[in-house]
Design a protein around this ligand. Structure first.
Ligand code: BJW
Ligand code: ZN
Length: 238
């Protein structure tokens, strides 16, 4: 019943915004941050994805990223990523805001992607600020160095760091302008992305959540579909 209601809202929407989180890539074999599989060695992601962790032990943090690069390099987009790419192709106005750094939306063929937490496949120099594409995951070469001699860090957004201003502004504008917001596979606890659904709801814009488990958004969402995004998204848009 909820799926039918969701399908009819989707069918009438000319402007769609989507926020994705780690759950959409789970069926591609990419571990989520929280819940089962959210641990790497004995560390929690919350303890590694911080500037303090990097300054204390850049090699340790790079080992975590090298491990994740290795996993993601072998991963392929799943039916959920592909459904969103197909949805974009037939929507007059579409924005895909992703918290994921894995690049799987682009591999699936999505175009209008706002990677608000950065990319696993870029580095940034702590000294000269140069941003470069880098697809290596060789643990012998970490922590990597810039040609200027500076230490390179992953070009991602860690806790306590500001999101790129232009991406944040464009994301909020897309949420405010859409006729429906889909929130897919996110635990909804990491700000500021977690507040995007409230931005929509406060303007009377319906919010459709797709998640395997209940989240803080579930009770507030206009429609909440519980299940795997790789199964529900293709049914939603077919
Ligand atoms: C499935 C599924 C399937 C599984 N199908 N579903 C206001 C209040 C309180 C705190 C704050 C606040 N504002 C800022 C903060 C602090 C902090 C924060 O939010 N902390 C909370 C934990 C409380 N936020 C920040 O620090 C942010 N910065 C900021 O706001 O700066 C302000 C500032 C301004 C000016 C100057 C300076 C500062 C930055 C947050 C950056 C988050 N970074 C990370 C790492 C990115 C790089 C990397 O990947 O290594 O982003 S942390 C990690 O969490 C990653 C994710 O993108 C993010 C969100 O996780 P996500 O995607 O929701 O994944 P999970 O694992 O949590 O959930 C997966 C979900 O999928 C689950 O619900 C499953 O059920 C579901 N699922 N399989 C469907 N098959
Ligand atoms: Zn440099």
């Amino acid at each position: 019943m909820s799926l039918d209601a969701a399908r009819s809202i989707m069918a009438g929407a000319r402007s769609i915004a989507v926020l994705t989180g780690a759950g959409i890539s789970a069926e591609s074999g990419v571990p989520t941050f929280r819940g089962p599989g959210g641990l790497w060695r004995e560390y929690r992601s919350e303890d590694l994805a911080t500037p303090d962790a990097f300054h204390a032990d850049p090699r340790l943090v790079w080992e975590w990223y090298a491990w994740r690069r290795g996993l993601v390099a072998r991963a392929r987009p799943n039916a959920g990523h592909l459904a969103l790419a197909a949805l974009e192709g037939r929507s007059p106005s579409f924005a895909l805001i992703t918290q994921n750094v894995d690049g799987l939306h682009a591999l699936a063929g999505s175009r209008s992607i706002l990677e608000i937490h950065g990319s696993l496949w870029r580095t940034r120099c702590l000294v000269c600020g140069a941003v470069s594409e880098d697809r290596k995951s060789d643990p012998d070469r970490i922590p990597p160095r810039c040609p200027c001699g500076g230490l390179l860090r992953p070009d991602v957004v860690w806790f306590g760091e500001a999101l790129p201003e232009d991406l944040l502004v464009r994301s909020i504008a897309a949420v405010e302008a859409c006729e429906i917001l889909l929130v897919v596979g996110s635990s909804g606890i990491v700000q500021p992305a977690a507040s995007f659904a409230e931005v929509a709801l406060s303007r009377g814009i319906p919010v459709l959540e797709i998640n395997l488990n209940p989240t803080p958004l579930t009770a507030r969402a206009t429609i909440a579909l519980q299940g795997r995004s790789g199964e529900l998204l293709p049914r939603l848009i077919s």
